[in-house]
Design a protein around this ligand. Sequence first.
Ligand code: ADP
Length: 281
Amino acid sequence: MTHANDIGTRTGAIAPDLRPAGTSQPALSFQNVSKEFAAADGTRLEVLRGVSFDVPVGEIVAIIGPSGAGKSTLLNLAAGLIAPDRGSIKVMGQDTRSPMDWRCVGYMFQDDRLLPWRIAVRNVALALEVGAMPAAERLRRAQDALELVGLGQFANAYPHELSGGMRSRVALARSLVGEPRILLMDEPFSRLDAQTRGSMQREVLRIQDMRHVSILFVTHDVEEAVILADRIVLLSPRPARVRRNIPVSIPQPRIGTGAAVALTAELRASLEADTIEEISA
Ligand code: ADP
């Protein structure tokens, strides 16, 4: 898969290619996944009902759906933070309930979660502190990750010295520093202004093209899903089922193209129809 980008030339030759050789198994696979939570009043809240979809290796899959449908819950299941009630989730072919090496999965959250008392490079290095890697090596890799996102010059800056977009780049570097095969992204740019959001979206496409990391990207922004994704999974209102699973083959860059605008409008109409259905049910 190739994404055009407007940031720089392709530098894939120097980046590790994380594609497993000779395998067609998906990076991430949800098979008939159901999940309930206990609601505050003690009743059961059915969040996911029989959800199945795959994230093929090296692709970006975006999940869209009404607020509260269970999008973040899908990411938490993929990260092994919670377990499904029924069905299974496989990460690089391995069931998340079996013992596995979670370093192959990176997670980027809606808020940047930077520690204010740590300079940028030490915030990035934090993601490597669970292992036995020597401190100097952690810092070297963190510096490399900052270079990757174009922030090498700001390694010694504290979070309060950085703009929102730069902080977002530090958070992206932290999610990439362990060289994950799969990146889970939970509305990571929703707090940024439109211009900064656009530049972060281009950054994701550029890095994804270099690293061939497989990405599961949750967003409430339909246009963002259309700009980024190779495939869009549209969830129904809770209990969420997969309403649509749409491959997107519009060439990059997509922003503002007729095909992207038309797909965005069509998906918004699908989402609105679901909301109306829910209100009248
Ligand atoms: P979305 O990301 O689509 O907005 P979430 O996955 O965050 O939705 O949440 C889906 C529903 O599950 C919400 O009603 C939320 O309050 C509930 N929920 C999520 N996690 C928990 C939890 N650990 N315990 C109880 N309820 C939860």
